[in-house]
Design a protein around this ligand. Structure first.
Ligand SMILES: Cc1cc2nc3c(=O)[nH]c(=O)nc-3n(C[C@H](O)[C@H](O)[C@H](O)COP(=O)(O)O)c2cc1C
Length: 168
C-alpha cells in the first residue's frame, strides 16, 4: 500500500476477529514505533506488548473509552522513559509520533488498531502504573489496541481548506 493512500485510509478500528496476530508482525509494528522521529533523536520510549487477557480485561473495565480491549487479542502500551528525556512535553510528543507509526504500520499488515488515551489524564496514568507495576521512570502515554479487523470504515472527507493558510 502506498504511504499516502495508507495515511488517508487509516481509521480507528474497534472491532476485532478472534484470530491472534503473528509474532513477526507484532515485532515489525513495534519496530515501526521505534523508527519514529524524536527530539534530539533520544528515542525515549519503551513498549509493552500486552497479550494477557486478564490485564486487557482489567483495563477495559477501568477505561471509559477502552472497551474494545475486551475483544482485542493484544495491545501495545507506549511509555516514555523519563531517564532518556526529562522534558515531559517532548516525551509525550515523541511517544505520540511512535504511536502514529504503530497505527500506520498495523494498517500496512492488515491489522486494525485504535489509539486509547492514557496521558495526560492522571487517573489513567496512575491506574496503568499500578496495574503493570511500571518502573518509576516510565510514563504511560498511549495504549494501542490491535486485532484483525471485524469492521470496515469509509474514508471520510477531511481536507478543510479553512485550516490552511499559504504565505507567499
Ligand atoms: C490522543 C488520542 C486519544 C484517543 N483516545 C481514544 C480513546 O481513548 N478511545 C477511543 O476509542 N479512541 C481514541 N482515539 C481515537 C479517536 O477517537 C479517533 O482517532 C478519531 O475519532 C478519528 O477517527 P479515525 O481514527 O477513525 O480517523 C484517540 C485518538 C487520539 C489521537
Amino acid at each position: 500500500m502506498d504511504l499516502f493512500e495508507g495515511i488517508l485510509k487509516r481509521r480507528s478500528i474497534r472491532k476485532y476477529k478472534e484470530k491472534e496476530i503473528e509474532e513477526e508482525i507484532l515485532k515489525k509494528i513495534i519496530e515501526a514505533g521505534m523508527y519514529a522521529p524524536s527530539s534530539s533523536n533520544k528515542r525515549p520510549w519503551f513498549f509493552i506488548l500486552i497479550k494477557n487477557k486478564e490485564i486487557l480485561k482489567k483495563i477495559a473495565d477501568f477505561h471509559p473509552y477502552g472497551k474494545m480491549l475486551y475483544q482485542a487479542p493484544c495491545a501495545i502500551l507506549v511509555c516514555g522513559n523519563k531517564n532518556l528525556q526529562n522534558l515531559e512535553g517532548y516525551l509525550a510528543l515523541d511517544c505520540a509520533a511512535a504511536t502514529q507509526n504503530i497505527l500506520l504500520s498495523a494498517l500496512s499488515f492488515g491489522i486494525g488498531s485504535c489509539w486509547i488515551a492514557v496521558y495526560p489524564r492522571e487517573e489513567r496514568i496512575n491506574f496503568i502504573k499500578n496495574l503493570l507495576k511500571l518502573e518509576k521512570n516510565l510514563l504511560p502515554i498511549s495504549l494501542v489496541s490491535l486485532g484483525y479487523p471485524a469492521e470496515e470504515k469509509e474514508k471520510p472527507e477531511r481536507f478543510e481548506e479553512e485550516k490552511l493558510k499559504i504565505l507567499l
